[in-house]
Structure formats: structure tokens, C-alpha cells
Design a protein around this ligand. Structure first.
Ligand SMILES: [Zn+2]
Length: 150
């Protein structure tokens, strides 16, 4: 994996909602996580290019497979509201853990160059671009070349 482009405790992206605020929202929504099995609570705050923020938490299930990650909860909320232009997502865990492969692929579908802020509950964070987290990725354009896709 590539090195993060930034390691910081506080910072902001010029011309956009402050990253600190996005991280704060992720920390807050993390409290709603339903994680009775893993006890690994995750919060995500996804900002679209129009400035709207969709938050999400992980939602686990007794049969495990139906569990949904915080990142995908936030992304699916946005898509279901007709909002698909994503700019940045903040993901917060207890230890600054990175998004799972499934979530990286879902991010890739809508925002190949998404900025991904990965933070912990103390407000420490690292910033990656999605290609750093999911290099040589598969996407919709692969299907277009085969005559498929939308
Ligand atoms: Zn995930």
C-alpha cells in the first residue's frame, strides 16, 4: 500500500467543507453502530461534490453475512437519494483501521479518485486517494469495453 499523503491531527481541504467537521460527523455516527458481534464500531461521513454529507455506521447481523459496513451504508444512502458525485469520505474506527476490500470496490464504482480520510476516535487521521487503496482496480469501463454496463 502507498503511504498516506498526509498525517495530521487537524486540517482542512481548501474550498471545501473542513475535513475536521467530516471526521467529527463520522465519530458521532459511529455511536449508532450496531456491532454486537465484532464490537468494532465504524462511522463514515461521505461528502458529495455539492457539499451534502451522508453518514453511515456498520450494521451487523446474527447470521453475519447480511452485515453492512459504515462506508457502504453512507454510499448507499447517497445513491438512493440520487447523489452519486462523491468527493471525500471520512471513516472512523477505534484504531484508524482501513476500509475493507468490498467497500473499496463500492467506492470505486462511483468515485475512482475519491479522497479517503481514515481516522480514529481521537481525531488522528491519514488521507489516501482511492487508487492508493485499490490499485489496478476493476470498474464500469471494463464492462463498457465488452458492450455491457448501463
Ligand atoms: Zn467494508
Amino acid at each position: 500500500m502507498s503511504q498516506p499523503i498526509k498525517i495530521s491531527k487537524a486540517g482542512s481541504q481548501p474550498g471545501s467543507v473542513k475535513w475536521d467537521q467530516l471526521i467529527k460527523q463520522a465519530i458521532e455516527v459511529r455511536e449508532n453502530a450496531y456491532a454486537p458481534y465484532s464490537h468494532y464500531k465504524v462511522g463514515a461521513a461521505l461528502q458529495t461534490t455539492n457539499g451534502t454529507v451522508y453518514t453511515g455506521c456498520n450494521v451487523e447481523n446474527a447470521s453475519y453475512s447480511p452485515s453492512n459496513c459504515a462506508e457502504r451504508t453512507a454510499i448507499f444512502k447517497a445513491v438512493s437519494e440520487g447523489d452519486r458525485d462523491f468527493e471525500v469520505i471520512a471513516v472512523v474506527t477505534i484504531d484508524g483501521g482501513t476500509p475493507c476490500g468490498l467497500c473499496r470496490q463500492v467506492m470505486r464504482e462511483f468515485a475512482p479518485n475519491l479522497t479517503v480520510i481514515i481516522g480514529d476516535v481521537d481525531g488522528n487521521y491519514r488521507v489516501f486517494s482511492l487508487p492508493d487503496l485499490l490499485p489496478h482496480s476493476f470498474g464500469p469501463e471494463n464492462l463498457e469495453m465488452a458492450g455491457g454496463s448501463e
